[in-house]
Design a protein around this ligand. Structure first.
Ligand code: CU
Length: 471
């Protein structure tokens, strides 16, 4: 239960729990030191130093949780806690997450691994973790009230199971879900195949991230948890463009991107310049007969998708959600459409009363991207990302796949903007163009408008005769 008293006494409760744990020296010795992350940067892949080898993934603006081996069991320690997450440079949100960040760290294991996860609750209310998509004993499924008692503030629970099938998974609370997911509690889980798998390709680069959404009023820092539809921050791993790192690859790399959707709506994910195959879902690798080329794939709420492609075209290729409102950052929702409205006289009148008054959107919204409008403190610009040719006019769920010939194997650093070779760049036309022929005048007779009324018809509504009331 959330209440202020509980919140204020949270620190004390945790100290209490640790003190209680010292009673049992065995319990203390069994608890792995939690590893915390303080930056929202994309961390390099974590190459396994114990257990079976695999090709590690890279979490966009995130990291993989180190583990310790204990008698053949992989032990992880997740700490559920309030965090400050930088969602974009200059904009920090007060979220809940795991081990210092939201989303929590990615967990990577190998098919057949026995996994033990310690979950310590440093939140002001109870929690639990559900291991979305895993095969496990019912009592490890993490549904508070249904399969386990909730983890009270200050307490640590242990989950243990064998990662039975390889694939793309996630974790999130199954306790006061509406609040805890709206506050950013979630993380990614990869189970790598233990041997060559007929449906799982080896790739050169393997990226993962979660799609999430927040409603944070411009100028404030804490999400409004009651919001069901009108989110104003559409994020990948709790970052919004231009805060989302690019996915940097070497030309002709085989690339896999895995994403899961924990927002309240679907996201058609669109990649420029390449076709991809959907090679897996949270249900596992897809049969080859179900794979066809796509450039956009929709990921519904609670679903995960993995896409694969050969990055054979050099350049900075946009990769984004195709819902245009999801590639924008926070703004009011009450802005009327002003295209074509001439404000001149109205503005004169208003500025007499409000000197700073500003007109928005009479020529479209692109001005907003370029204008250095004063914003409330701690607010991400609506669509501000700068590109080499000006404002990209994007925010939210937008990034780039940067494909470069000279990117080194295993180098994930940002190569900067693409330098377009001669004669491969769209350019301004400076000549004079003849008026293109149109179906008018003499030509119109040959191509008459179809199905148009000969003259304007007035619509007449005929009301039924009276006396039929009550049907
Ligand atoms: Cu979207």
């Amino acid at each position: 239960m959330t209440n202020r008293r509980n919140f204020l006494s949270g620190a004390g409760a945790i100290t209490g729990a640790i003190a209680a744990a010292t009673v049992s020296k065995v319990a203390m010795a069994a608890l792995p030191e939690p590893v915390l992350q303080s930056t929202p940067d994309t961390m390099p892949p974590l190459t396994p130093t114990s257990g079976r080898p695999y090709n590690p993934v890279v979490t966009l603006n995130g990291w993989t949780l180190p583990w310790r081996m204990n008698a053949g069991v992989k032990e992880f320690h997740l700490v559920a806690e309030p965090v400050v997450r930088e969602m974009a440079p200059g904009f920090k949100a007060h979220l809940w997450g795991y081990n210092g960040q939201s989303p929590g760290p990615t967990i990577e294991v190998v098919e057949g691994d026995r996994v033990r996860i310690f979950v310590t609750n440093k939140l002001p209310e109870h929690t639990s973790i559900h291991w979305h998509g895993q095969r496990l004993s019912n009592g490890m499924d993490g549904v508070s009230g249904l399969t386990q008692p909730s983890i009270k503030p200050g307490k640590t629970f242990v989950y243990e199971f064998v990662a039975r099938r390889p694939g793309t998974f996630m974790y999130h609370p199954h306790a006061d879900e509406m609040t805890q997911m709206a506050m950013g509690m979630m993380g990614f889980w990869i189970t790598h195949p233990k041997a060559r798998h007929p449906l799982i390709e080896e790739v050169d680069r393997d990226f993962v991230f979660l799609l999430n959404a927040y409603d944070i009023e411009p100028g404030s820092a804490t999400p409004k948890i009651m919001t069901m539809l009108d989110f104003n921050l559409w994020s990948w791993n709790s970052r919004v463009f231009p805060g989302i790192d690019s996915l940097n690859v070497r030309q002709n790399d085989k690339v896999r991107i895995r994403f899961g959707n924990l927002t309240m709506t679907n996201h058609p994910m669109h990649l420029h310049g390449h076709e991809f195959l959907v090679t897996g879902t949270d249900g596992g690798p897809t049969p080859k007969s179900t794979r066809w080329p796509e450039v956009t794939t929709d990921v519904a709420v609670g679903q995960m998708r993995q896409i694969e492609f050969l990055a054979d075209e050099e350049g900075d290729w946009a990769f984004h959600c195709h819902k245009s409102h999801h590639t924008m950052n926070a703004m009011g929702h009450d802005v009327p459409t002003m295209i074509g409205v001439d404000h001149k006289d109205v503005v004169k009148q208003i500025t007499k009363l409000v000197p700073d008054y500003m007109v928005m959107g009479e020529r479209g919204m692109a001005d907003m991207g370029e204008m250095e409008m004063p914003l409330p403190d701690n607010t991400a610009r609506m669509m501000s990302g700068e590109g080499p040719f000006g404002s990209v006019e994007m925010g939210g769920m937008f990034s780039m796949v940067k494909v470069r010939k000279d990117q080194k194997r295993g180098d994930y650093s940002n190569p900067g903007w693409f330098k377009h070779p001669q004669a491969t760049l769209a350019y301004e036309f400076n000549g004079t163009a003849a008026e293109p022929p149109r179906a008018r005048g003499a030509g119109a007779a040959a191509m008459p408008a179809q199905n148009m009324p000969a003259k304007n018809i007035e619509v007449q509504v005929r009301k039924p005769a009276s006396g039929h009331a009550g049907h």
